[in-house]
Design a protein around this ligand. Structure first.
Ligand code: NAP
Length: 242
């Protein structure tokens, strides 16, 4: 496949390494321009391009993997001319304390993170790869059928795009578990029990089903509070996000 990745940090680079190793052709972009991506090119085998070029050349799949706060900085016409059937993956997570600042719609729970991203991009997205550490994404894929194989939740309002992305998740060495619509994707957001937990498929399916589909106020408050605590712990350890 021809895959465009916008964002060349932890997740973008991890995906690029794995995808080129599976013989996909990968175009990768950051905010500062292709000339600043020589190291990434060497490490991943992906071709550095601009964000617009990544969207044009990713004729089979586009991945947007930049900090949530930077989504509004992407060019307005990023997807101009990109056929509707090309899936767009969103990997974002909301880190209000360490990186993104407070976003009202996410604080109130009116929108999930990826609904917010979808509104800003003006294009249906598929949410995946947000709840696994970049290093695990790069190194912990295993063949189908391996006991304890990590499962990844995949959510989207576009059923066809979701199916394509679930097939890619399997190819990358993870069990793909359907997490419903983007509105239901709160179940894979930070602060929820499956976030960063590397659950196998049976446990993840059971866990997602146990949460229901419509987020209650109590669940929203609980998961925001869990995540706030995680962010405070990260801050205390001196961890900084860009
Ligand atoms: N790190 C993880 O383990 C992990 C796991 C799951 C999900 N996530 C989520 O995935 C997203 C990406 O995380 P990350 O850790 O990979 O981020 P990161 O390491 O900080 O890298 C961010 C990348 O985005 C690029 N970027 C920023 N603004 C851009 C713009 N306007 N146009 C093009 N590129 C832009 C940056 O380019 P420059 O350096 O040139 O600015 C950089 O290459 C975040 O929402 C994060 O919460 C992260």
């Amino acid at each position: 496949m021809n895959i465009g990745i916008i964002g060349a940090g932890h997740i973008g680079s991890a995906l690029a390494v794995r995808l080129t190793s599976l013989d996909h052709t990968v175009y990768i972009a950051n905010s500062r321009g292709p000339e600043t991506l020589k190291d990434v090119e060497q490490k991943t085998g992906a071709t550095p391009v601009t964000a617009e070029e990544a969207a044009r050349r990713g004729t089979d799949l586009i991945v947007v993997t930049i900090p949530l706060k930077n989504i509004p900085d992407l060019p307005n016409d990023l997807f101009a001319g990109v056929p509707a059937q090309v899936p767009v993956i969103d990997t974002s997570n909301y880190y209000p304390l360490l990186r993104d600042g407070q976003m009202p719609e996410l604080e109130t729970g009116d929108l999930t993170e990826s609904e917010w991203v979808q509104q800003h991009l003006g294009r249906p997205v598929v949410k995946v790869f947000n709840n696994i550490y970049a290093a695990h994404l790069e190194n912990k894929g295993q063949p189908a059928g391996t006991t304890g194989r990590i499962a990844l939740p995949v959510a989207s309002d576009d059923a066809a795009a979701k199916q394509k992305v679930m097939a890619l998740v399997e190819e990358l060495g993870f069990d793909a578990v359907d997490d419903g619509t983007l509105h239901e994707s709160w179940r894979q957001q930070p602060g929820t029990p499956s976030y960063g937990a590397d659950m196998p498929a049976d446990k993840l399916r059971e866990h997602l089903a146990s949460l229901g589909t419509e987020r209650t106020e109590a669940q929203h408050a609980e998961y925001l509070a869990n995540h706030a605590k995680q962010e405070q712990e990260m801050a205390a350890q001196g961890i900084k996000l860009k």
